[in-house]
Design a protein around this ligand. Structure first.
Ligand code: GTP
Ligand code: MG
Length: 205
């Protein structure tokens, strides 16, 4: 997929405030600081599009971007940031849960995991919640440039084996780096495939 246009739509504090139009949505979600905003900038090819921060917890709203006037890319707040106050943390998780479970135009959530770390409990719990709530998702492993290729592959395999203890099968996964653009084409191709399949389905109805 060629990215021909990227337009920031707006930021919303909760699901019920999100626009009521019918463009397909692809959301990006993960633990704070996992690299969501960097990945979005890398995918869209617009450097300052999503705000990148060294301070975890920067993205605190649901941010909508219009891509090619065809679909919406949604940058969700990070979960599990320990230094936000308890109240705020709970609010984030309700915001995220409401968005993911209620949003009918959500085609897929990309769940980001740091390729350097073992599977964290909060990520496992989040994925389980997605399963229980029928949220369609794919996995993205971030920051692959920070370790050797061998280490990344072995970490990814370890995380997948851990997940396979509770999941019968896992959705596709992508290994990415916002620095080297690794994984960009594959993710855009995957989105395009889902959009195309849906068009085909609708044509047959
Ligand atoms: P919050 O919005 O705070 O939840 O964080 P986020 O998930 O949007 O992470 P963000 O993109 O702001 O990145 C966090 C930090 O990781 C920044 O210092 C980035 O420069 C760095 N980072 C993100 N992706 C990569 C990557 O692929 N490679 C490297 N080397 N650094 C990365
Ligand atoms: Mg962010």
């Amino acid at each position: 997929m060629n990215i021909k246009s990227v337009d920031f739509v707006a930021s919303y504090p909760k699901e019920s405030a999100c626009p009521k139009d019918v463009k397909p949505e692809f959301a990006f979600i993960g633990r704070s600081n996992v690299g969501k905003s960097s990945l979005i900038n890398m995918l869209t090819g617009r450097k300052g599009m999503a705000k990148v921060s060294v301070t975890p917890g920067k993205t605190q709203l649901i941010n909508f971007f219009d891509i090619n006037h065809q679909w919406h890319l949604v940058d969700l707040p990070g979960y599990g940031y320990a230094r936000t106050s308890k109240d705020k943390k709970a609010a984030f998780s309700k915001m995220i849960r409401d968005y993911l479970s209620k949003r009918t135009q959500l085609f897929l959530a990309f769940v980001l995991l740091d390729s350097r770390h073992e599977l964290q409990k909060i990520d496992q719990q989040f994925l389980e919640w997605c399963g229980e709530n029928n949220v369609p998702f794919a996995l993205i492993f971030t920051k692959a440039d920070k370790s050797s290729k061998k280490e990344v592959i072995s970490n990814v395999e370890a995380i997948r084996s851990e997940l396979l203890k509770t999941w019968h099968e896992l959705p596709p996964h992508f290994i990415t780096s916002s620095e080297t653009k690794l994984g960009r084409e594959d993710i855009l191709q995957y989105i395009k495939m889902i959009l195309t399949q849906t068009d085909v389905k609708e044509d047959h109805i």
